[in-house]
Design a protein around this ligand. Sequence first.
Ligand code: ATP
Ligand code: MG
Length: 455
Amino acid sequence: MTGGSPEYHSELLDPVVLSRAEHGISREGISDNALKVLYRLNSAGFDAYLVGGCVRDLMMGLHPKDFDVVTNATPDEVKGLFKNCRLIGRRFRLAHIVFGREIIEVATFRGHHQSATTKQNEKAKETLGKQSQEGQILRDNVFGTIEEDAERRDFTVNAMYYRVTDFTVTDFARGMQAIKDKRLALIGDPETRYREDPVRMLRAVRFAAKLNMRISDESADAIHHLNSLLSNIPPARLFEEVIKLFISGQGLETYKLMLEFGLIQPLFPQLAPLLVDPNSRESKFIEQVLINTDNRINTGQRVTPAFLYAAFLWYPIEEHCQKLMDEAGLIQFDAYNIAMNDVLHRQIQRIMIPKRFSSMMRDIWQLQLRLPKRFGRRAYQLLEHPKFRAAYDFLLIRGQIEGGSLLELADWWTEFQEADVEQRKAMLIKLREEEGGQTKRPRKRRSKKRPKPQQ
Ligand code: ATP
Ligand code: MG
């Protein structure tokens, strides 16, 4: 694979204008708020288009999850037109128009960093666009024309622009044909495009799984030797991107592609070595977690990133805990707490995990140690724990994968939750008869000191 030139050639793109009959998108599929934004920009004399995933999804008969608008108005000009507008982003400055829970993102056409537009002079340009030595784009606020904007989009299926004034779609990179061929290909030279933004490698597997497309050979090959560049991405940006990979409803498929392309290693370096054997319990556990997550999403249930991250780090914690016990002679409780901290600390060097999620992850992990201890009031206290349900779901998957006493424990909890008051009492008595004598000696001694009243 050649290095590729950072210059784009205009012959790269060959725009085709598709009429409504050809592209089949009707205004009914478009959010009213997105239409409002387009009309307002148009009536103020600006060009405005829907672009990217929403146009692609509408053409494929899917429901877009959000609507992105692109315009020749600058962010400040956009702000002047909408009361409900806030400007966001440093790396990529854009406007958010807020309609209650729906946000319409309005970006200004991006240009090449070599070119200046009439609105931006040469000096300003340097502070607007910035590229690292590896070719990574660090700042992307150079404005340009629609053609330049199209060349800078990632995949050919993402460079289609819908205009509400004449209902046309301008397809810059033969995206419609790519949809027909189920072919996902980057615009331009793959190596250059991945170097500019390594996150595009994650987007490639995500779209391939979500859209049921095959990544073109050239776009696929480059990933194999550039995957390590993902470790240069700021952890805060990766949090969002990684979650999108696994909550698309096609998480398992996406994960399999990530394994194939070596994308787990730069993101989850502690987990990756445990997944080399596809039949290992670690591999099976992650697959089962993703199957469950996909099922939940596809049946409209909520999922939390905390559960996924807790799962991704579970076996690294177990392994590290075992090591601390063997090598440093720590007792399980201490080793476990240190392992949780160490593993989490290493992970957030790669992917930032907000506190609200990491504290839930800790709850899920800590409850795994507490769930086997069910004597006396403990079982009832555990049921009341705010994160009991997540911890129980977690235990259930562990039980399914590991079997044996873990499966028995998970089944016990299933039964206990469904049982009535009397049945619960009976379960606890039975448990004490079966296990109590062997495990809890001190308790026995104490009960001798305080003899139960005679019945
Ligand atoms: P979805 O919303 O379904 O995840 P999308 O294609 O809309 O998919 P967004 O992240 O919403 O993805 O981005 C909107 C559009 O912006 C994309 O379709 C693409 O044209 C462009 N884009 C987004 N991220 C990049 C990137 N890293 N490099 C180049 N273009 C990008
Ligand atoms: Mg989108």
